[in-house]
Design a protein around this ligand. Sequence first.
Ligand SMILES: Cc1ncc(C[n+]2csc(CCOP(=O)(O)OP(=O)(O)O)c2C)c(N)n1
Length: 937
Amino acid sequence: MTLDQFTGINAGYILELYERFQADPSSVDPATRQLFERWQPSESPAPTPVTSSPDLRAVVAATNLASCLRRFGHLGAAIDPLGTPPQGDPTLSPESHGITDADLKRLPASLVGGVVAASSSNALEAIDKLRRVYCSSTGFDLSHVFVPEEREWLRRSVESGRFLPSMDPENSEALLDRITQVEVFERFLQKTFPGKTRFSIEGLDMMVPMLDEIMMGASDRGTRHMILGMAHRGRLNVLAHVLNKPYNQILAEFKDPIAVQTLRLDLGWMGDVKYHAGARTSVPKGQMYVSLVPNPSHLEFVNPVVAGMARAAGTTTVLPGAPIFNGASTLPVLIHGDAAFPGQGIVAETLNLSRLAGYDTDGTIHIIANNQLGFTATPNESYSTSYASGLARGFKIPIVHVNADDPIACIEAARLAWEYRARFRRDFLIDLVGYRRHGHNEGDEPAFTQPRMYQAIDAHPTVREIFGKMLVEHNLVPEAVVAGFEKKHFTTLETVYGSLKPEEDYVAPLPQQVPAGVAGLTKTGVPLDRLREISDALLAVPPGFTVHKKLERNRERRRTMLANAADRVVDWAAAEEWALATILADGVPIRMTGEDVERGTFSHRHAVLHDAVTGASHVPLQRLPQAKVSFEIHNSPLTESATIGFELGYNLQEPGQLVIWEAQYGDFINGAQVILDQFVTSGRAKWGLRPSLVFLLPHGYEGQGPEHSSARPERFLQAAADINLRLVNCTTAAQYFHVLRRQAMLLEKDPLPLVVLTPKSLLRNQTVWSAPQELVNGMFLPVLDDVEARQHSGSVTRLVLCSGKVSVDLFAHERRSEARNVAIARVEQLYPFPKAALIELIKGYPALREVAWVQEEPENMGAWEFMRPRLDDLLNGAASLRYIGRARNSSPSEGSLAWHQLNQKTLASLAFDLDVDALPPSVVWSKPARSYAAAKP
Ligand SMILES: Cc1ncc(C[n+]2csc(CCOP(=O)(O)OP(=O)(O)O)c2C)c(N)n1
């Protein structure tokens, strides 16, 4: 017989065993030795007909069976507590390999391999052990783990059972006690507040002891902070038992006291429902702090926020250069829903971050709280993968499906998770398969849609009952103890409830800080000498480094940019790099990310230089001698939602750092609308968060079509209230320089998200250039007056107000020089509305009869609808208000360049009050805004 005849997957293994035997017959066990002594593999390369002896066929069959059990055993595992039979797989039975138990018994255990072989006297025994490991109440879904070392470790770990908890009486009692506490909490709430929504954990009770186990294990390995993200299911139980939120507070919230007598609208505070609240342990649990991140109803969107927080917590930024990341001290844990995990794209986006250099957290532990329903939807209606966890396979994440009614198996899964994470610094997923004892919430009737399932659930004992019974049967715990635990936990809750003083026990979760709104006073100039030193340092490259020829030309220009303080030569890119450099020199670390951000979408930034010959990279801001702290910049993967969520999390965890995210085009930010709406703009009102993330959003109408024009400023303006963000549209390099510096200086005093509408073609347009002295003396100005018109202010009857790039078209208009009645002022800060600056501006034009708001965006977009009532109030009839811009439209812009140019020309002409009837038709309007004023009460 030759090896060619072994067509099974284990030919390699047998050959290896045979080679070992040839080299040293004693290196294989006696039974295998006997087999090989009778077996002479042919030297002939030519295939020969199948004439193998029955023994050799059995050898191959046995090894194939062992391999199938390891790979597909999870298909035979009884993971559903409700008793759905496992799907099974033919390859898990000896028959399918043409072998019987009797054949296996005759074969040596070594054919099965692994640790089970060492303790077995023949292949049958070893196969039985494998079956007990792989087809029990845990399904080890590991074959997609491509790194051999990891796969091998996982297999050895599960086959040796080294992570199984030892079920001595003491451990058994402790676990039963904990499970009882989890169950009783829910039953008490159900009894005391029947039908009140709590999204009970029941059916997945093991989630809490598993989190305990992960915390204990991880803290033994040096982890000091667990950052937890989860949705509604079981959240109150986790708050009570993992975050140690006192029972009296939870019960007081259920009573919904009238304690909130005074609405603190001055704080912008609205609060949120109790199962969205975040929390943090005030003292460590053991050696570990635990944070639960607040999250919105929008399932899974908390995932990237948790990842970003974990990244920030593990990052050291106190030294110049690149920051140093070590995730050993922080553990992110995400609990997912079984319908939400496969359904929500943010899950895949976040998993995709997990192995990228700028985003790695050294591994997240995921638990799918798999209750086999998504509201009313069944698995068949929820996912196309075989398991709810299917997505994780593509990311090579080890997956363990575990029956939530088997506490021992659940603890083993948790132990495997933290040990794997600590050892390999990679994600791990536990698919905790249970059920949902009640409806989606406690007021919901599940039998409307799942009558059979709920018949089974109603008759199904709880995990406490199952485990308690098992412990009693095995004489590990006396029956009285089982009942005693139940009584103990009920008594605790009853006592707390009995002495509840809702008005005192209710802790109103008010934010500590009030919006400060001090931005206007911030001085941000930098002395010229300092700028020159910094600029020179940024231009230095390591010895032998070859800068690309085209970039060198630009750098040459930089060398002289600061020579004359009055020359308007400072471009956008220089202003940005100097702003960042001076911020680093002031001791504020910076993290900057976005798609292609290192070079810059419009090839203007080049924050990372690549040696034109060797490809080696050089990051000037990481080599800056003046820098006191670290700088990092990363091209992000092609997502908006997860990357913005991640940066937000990073920013929340490390609010003292300047975190900047840049969109490729501002238009794409709506891909992250949930993160913006649910976290960025409303996070303070709901949860007291204080984000201060910076968004750079290229914006401006340049004829590139509906998806490359607008960063949708109207969306931010609609969400703007109680000073919850700053939205600016800078038209000069100096303004951009100052606004970035202002943001860095306000991180502590007045943290707010900063949205900057940034230029595209204007990056290379001299009209945005500034003089060095504007960086030295100036500060960010919310409104820029018309310097020329100011000279003859008495003749100005029309004030054109605009924001951003459209001002360039207006200043460049052929009528500009002769239209002495028109002044053009730029509103550089749209929110907070610069009321004082506008009042001052208007006062300076005594002959004013009309104010025109000119914008490129359609009337229902851009800033107009935000500006209109505010300008109207401000003018109070002293001058009329007019709108000039595109008509209302469902799409942000025209798709044709020619049409764009016509509209752009028309609106600029209208700003000067030309008779546009002579122009070809367009969709630009000029109309008085009287209707609004008239309708006002
Ligand atoms: C993004 C989003 N879409 C829809 C909903 C409405 N919703 C709330 S819970 C739920 C079912 C979630 O099922 P699953 O993920 O299995 O979690 P479970 O509630 O079963 O624990 C749905 C559809 C939501 N909260 N978030």
